[in-house]
Design a protein around this ligand. Structure first.
Ligand SMILES: [Zn+2]
Length: 161
């Protein structure tokens, strides 16, 4: 298992920077980073995490929906490690849902997201994947990819958020 690292919180300028593309998904240093991301995410009851949240400005996210105290109704899935994820298409349909973030501790807000997205990415063996996700998992994908652009969910909240 990896290490539990400090998760940066809103106000930290690092979270506002654009993350760089990973050159070699098979770099052993990347496997260590992913291990640490997974451990840190699980320790905080997260359902996703992006590398910039733990100081690495690289395009790496983990999408890992599962029921936990923060999201009791979340669907169960195996964690998906996405290196250089790109959202290829978004459904025209959008829906509002409660969203939180490990970098915005103790808060949740209703956020509008596309109901489904199609995304491509590379895994740690540099194999390319392409898949569609819908509902809560699509929400996580959109949230985590936002982190790579320096966007935090409160930016997408209405005036009341
Ligand atoms: Zn987040």
């Amino acid at each position: 298992m990896g290490q539990i690292l400090t998760i940066h919180t809103i106000g930290n300028p690092l979270l506002r920077r654009k993350a760089a593309k990973v050159g070699d998904p098979q770099d052993p240093k990347l496997a260590v980073l992913v291990d640490n991301m997974l451990t840190t995410m699980l320790a905080s009851d997260g359902v996703g995490i992006a590398a910039p949240q733990i100081s690495q400005l690289l395009r790496v996210v983990i999408v890992a929906s599962r029921p936990n105290p923060r999201y009791p109704d979340a669907p169960q899935m195996e964690p998906v490690i996405m290196v250089n994820p790109i959202i290829l298409s978004r459904s025209s349909g959008q829906e509002e849902g409660l969203e939180g973030c490990l970098s915005v501790p103790g808060k949740k807000c209703l956020i509008m997201r596309h109901q489904a997205v199609e995304v491509c990415w590379h895994d740690l063996e540099a194999k390319r994947h392409q898949q569609s996700f819908s509902g809560f998992v699509a929400r996580i994908v959109q949230h985590e990819v936002d982190h790579l652009e320096g966007i935090l969910y409160p930016d997408r909240a209405g005036s009341s958020g």
